[in-house]
Design a binder for this molecule. Structure first.
Ligand SMILES: Nc1nc2c(c(=O)[nH]1)N[C@@H](CN(C=O)c1ccc(C(=O)N[C@@H](CCC(=O)O)C(=O)O)cc1)CN2
Ligand SMILES: NCC(=O)N[C@@H]1O[C@H](COP(=O)([O-])[O-])[C@@H](O)[C@H]1O
Length: 328
């Protein structure tokens, strides 16, 4: 799709090219537009771009749908040197057939579609309920399309059913004899157009098929400051018991992207919670849980609005707005 056509359809087509002080002030920039086919995958497009924009200069980000990234070259620079660029990008894939009326896009005036979410739970589901409330109040530009659980009788699943959200049982087990296979799980979620997966107190290891099917699109909330107090065996009250036993003066909550192992994926956001000398695990858990609800909603809101960019070293960072990074 030609850039000009896309520009007319998306509000995100404003180009923001920041010149570094080292770049000659007389730098004139011209835009090299990229023609784009609908089948272009953001990743291949970005890797194509990346070799054009030297890694120290370019910051690329992955959003939903197909991204159009414009390469700004400063002609007055030395041959081969590229001025630093930080560009807004446009997302062809999420535009709703040129939706003009912002109401069609759930209150956002840029014609983008709300993200479809799947939330994985195993217990009470308070983080899930906080996310769901955020979606209903439009604090999160998304909708919970599915709940997945290894314990379909848990309170989180009861809440889903009360709110007409379909529940999938995964994996098959004593609490879920009707559980589906990893392949069926991927097919169901992909088939329903789910774009992001949110683990919220889910206590099983996600299968690698799912992790690979959703690169940079699965988040987890952990009730401690990773990488401390994480990994196999660290879940629920066990985490807070370990924190208190260790004598740590601070704990907190972590939102991270999910990889194939427990709690080792890239950290996206954290909040600190002081530990009190006389804390019981339950008292500490309660204070941390309050922070989790706020932090997770904040992070999921950024995810659904494509306000996460990835630093060259692989650290994801939330943008408070298009022009301002917020390292939380
Ligand atoms: N592929 C991934 N799957 C999951 C991750 C992850 O980071 N990558 N995070 C966990 C959530 N989690 C911590 O945040 C976590 C959950 C459970 C365990 C654990 O030790 N589980 C026990 C079984 C517990 C039970 O079934 O009652 C175990 O595996 O022996 C550690 C960390 C969710 N999945
Ligand atoms: N390692 C995973 C883990 O311990 N997750 C934790 O389980 C609790 C679930 O509460 P919820 O079901 O009320 O959201 C939350 O504190 C969450 O951080």
């Amino acid at each position: 799709m030609e850039l000009s056509k896309l520009a007319s359809r998306s509000r995100h087509c404003g180009l923001v090219a920041h010149r570094r002080s080292s770049t000659p002030a007389d730098c004139r920039s011209h835009i090299t537009s990229l023609s784009l086919t609908d089948t272009t995958k953001p990743r291949s497009l970005m890797s194509t771009l990346r070799h054009d924009v030297s890694s120290k200069e370019g910051r690329v980000r992955f959003g939903r749908g197909v991204e159009v990234q414009r390469l700004v070259k400063c002609e007055s620079l030395q041959e081969g040197q590229v001025g630093s660029v930080e560009e807004k990008t446009a997302f062809a894939g999420r535009l709703e057939n040129g939706a003009e009326d912002s109401r069609q896009s759930g209150g956002h005036d840029d014609g983008l579609a709300r993200a479809k979410l799947a939330v994985f739970v195993s217990g009470g589901g308070s983080n899930f309920r906080a996310i769901h409330a955020g979606c209903k109040e439009n604090a999160i530009f998304g909708d919970v399309a599915y709940v997945v659980s290894d314990k379909p009788g848990c309170k989180g699943c009861e809440y889903a059913i009360e709110n007409n959200i379909p529940v999938l049982a995964y994996p098959k087990g004593k609490h879920a004899p009707e559980g589906i296979s990893p392949t069926e799980l991927v097919e169901q979620l992909r088939g329903a157009g789910v774009e992001y997966i949110l683990l919220a107190g889910y206590l099983r290891l996600l299968p690698s098929e799912l992790v690979h099917a959703y690169p940079r699109a699965i988040l987890n909330i952990h009730p401690a400051l990773l990488p401390s107090f994480g990994g196999k065996g660290y879940f629920g009250m066990k985490v807070h018991e370990a924190v208190i036993r260790s004598g740590a003066r601070f704990t907190g909550a972590t939102v991270h992207f999910v990889d194939e192992k427990y709690d080792t994926g890239p950290i996206l956001a954290q909040r600190v919670v002081p530990v009190r000398a006389d804390d019981t695990p339950a008292e500490l858990a309660s204070r941390v849980l309050k922070e989790e609800h706020q932090l997770y909603s904040f992070a999921v809101s950024a995810l659904c609005e494509d306000r996460i960019f990835w630093r060259e070293d692989g650290v994801p960072i939330i943008r408070k707005s298009w022009d301002e990074a917020e390292y939380v």
